[in-house]
Design a protein around this ligand. Structure first.
Ligand code: UDP
Length: 469
């Protein structure tokens, strides 16, 4: 187990986005929660420092919580490859799929327990009585009991779930529920994912960081230069420096690994984009087929983290490989219009600037997840006022009001409907502009970090009350 240190960030850039009133409220309410905890800390525990929505949230929310007056810290669990295999299988099942097809039996539980026991020893070095421990996702749920034994209040924070419970969700639930049952409270991103076995469930929707490298404003010139520097667009691999409102400048210099036929696309070609981890549930292959079937002109970019960048995901290489084969099988005239991009993860802020530029450059953003926890990539695109086609899965349904803040694909597996959606957003620019503007307003009102931190502050105060009573 190791601690991931949070950067120090100033509040002033947030005030620019949130306004004076919202920023003052954040300071007052988080300051009060911080005082209630005294010397105590709020610990976040998860299974990776990089890649995916949870790491994304913690990197952005932790520093802001600290700046507003709440002592927040972050621990990442350790494990051997078998632990990550079992953990990934467990998460897949909670999403409602078989994952790698293996079992979650006595042998897997023993292995999982062993990994958790050694992490529990390390946890004792950090957590003190009166602290609050937020255990994110199923992977480290086995630490809940140990955290309680150390005298902390413990929240299990689930970021995922299944819209339609099935035998896999039941099997995953049976594995993890004895651990989760020990938590003082549980938090879900969307009401659709609350399970029967979760104690004191609450809903807290995630948020994005408007001042960090992924969602800060970029000029059109910066967007083209970033995508040129990485080789995603034509423009010649010249490194550049991009200033960030809340931290050091970011150097964009590492080329992305790009699979394509022919030269990089020029900046003036419309581009449909999906950014996701290489995970079967993100259905990158389905996006490629829907793009080809849509008959629209232009280019498709499917972008994900490079394959060594996400340590807790052993399936990424296989999913990428399947996508690569589907790309190779495309007729040449379509293969020339599609590229698969693996983004370097060596510097996460550089990675974030590239994702930012890709989303801003997109003429249409797609998030065709077959299942989804919340779908931060959608929130990110909406903040950038992009026309979005999202599948009606998990939290994407809360974010996207069909025909108002984007288009919602009723059946996430329906390729014909996905092709129609891509065509509508690519050809009806008035519709695309209207949806994009409304999407940005929705994120401003609902999915910025002050709202999420205030929700957490309320929950933490209620836990302190429970413990005091
Ligand atoms: N992401 C990234 N680089 C990549 C691919 C994804 O930074 O190469 C980020 C993406 O921008 C988003 C997060 O990973 O912030 C994914 O979160 P989401 O909720 O969409 O899905 P999850 O990966 O948690 O299933």
């Amino acid at each position: 187990m190791r601690e991931v240190p949070f950067r120090q960030v100033p509040l002033a850039p947030y005030e620019q986005v949130l306004g004076e009133r919202r920023t003052a409220r954040l300071r007052v309410e988080l300051g009060r929660t911080g005082r209630l905890l005294g010397d105590g800390a709020v610990w976040n525990v998860n299974s990776t420092a990089a890649g995916g929505g949870v790491a994304e949230l913690l990197h952005t929310l932790g520093p802001l919580a600290r700046a507003a007056g709440l002592n927040t810290r972050w621990l990442v669990v350790d494990g051997d490859p078998e632990f990550y295999t079992v953990a990934k299988r467990l998460v897949s099942m909670l999403y409602g799929i078989a994952g790698d097809g293996g079992a979650l039996g006595a042998e897997e539980r023993r292995h999982y327990r062993r990994a958790m026991d050694s992490n529990a020893e390390a946890l004792a070095e950090y957590v003190r009585p009166g602290d609050v421990v937020i255990v994110h996702e199923a992977q480290p749920a086995g630490l809940i009991e140990a955290a309680r034994a150390l005298g902390a209040s413990v929240v299990w924070r689930s970021h995922i779930g299944s819209d339609t419970p099935n035998r896999f969700t039941r099997e995953g639930g049976a594995f993890v529920s004895p651990y989760v049952a020990q938590a003082d409270a549980t938090v879900f991103s969307t009401p659709a994912h609350v399970t029967g076995w979760a104690p004191r469930p609450q809903i807290i929707a995630p948020s994005i960081d408007p001042c960090g490298p992924k969602n800060m404003a970029l000029s059109a010139g910066q967007v083209a230069a970033v995508l040129g520097a990485t080789g995603i667009l034509a423009g010649g691999h010249r490194p550049l420096t991009v200033p960030v409102p809340i931290g050091p400048d970011v150097e964009v210099r590492r080329p992305a690994q790009v699979l394509r036929d022919g030269p990089p696309p020029p900046a003036d070609v419309p581009m449909v984009v999906q950014v996701s981890r290489w995970d079967r549930l993100k259905d990158m292959g389905g996006v490629m087929r829907a793009f080809v079937d849509s008959g629209v002109d232009g280019y498709l970019t499917l972008a994900g983290a490079d394959l060594s960048g996400v340590t807790d995901d052993p399936e990424a290489a296989e999913v990428y490989e399947r996508c690569r084969r589907a790309w190779e099988d495309l007729p040449p005239e379509h293969r020339r219009r599609c590229q698969l991009v693996c983004l370097p993860m060596a510097d996460l802020r550089e990675n974030a600037v590239v994702v930012n530029a890709l989303q801003r450059h997109a003429s249409v953003v797609v998030q065709k997840s077959l299942a989804e926890g919340f779908g931060l990539t959608a929130t990110e695109a909406m903040w950038k006022a992009r026309p979005l086609l999202a599948a009606a899965a998990g939290g994407l349904r809360d974010q996207v009001r069909d025909g108002e803040t984007g288009l919602l694909l009723g059946d996430p597996a329906d390729l014909a409907a996905a092709a129609t959606g891509i065509r509508m957003l690519s050809t009806d620019r008035a519709l695309a502009g209207r949806l994009g503007a409304a999407a940005r307003r929705r994120v401003h009102d609902q999915y910025l970090p002050d709202r999420q931190l205030l929700d957490w502050a309320r929950l933490i105060e209620s836990l302190a009350g429970v413990r005091a009573a």
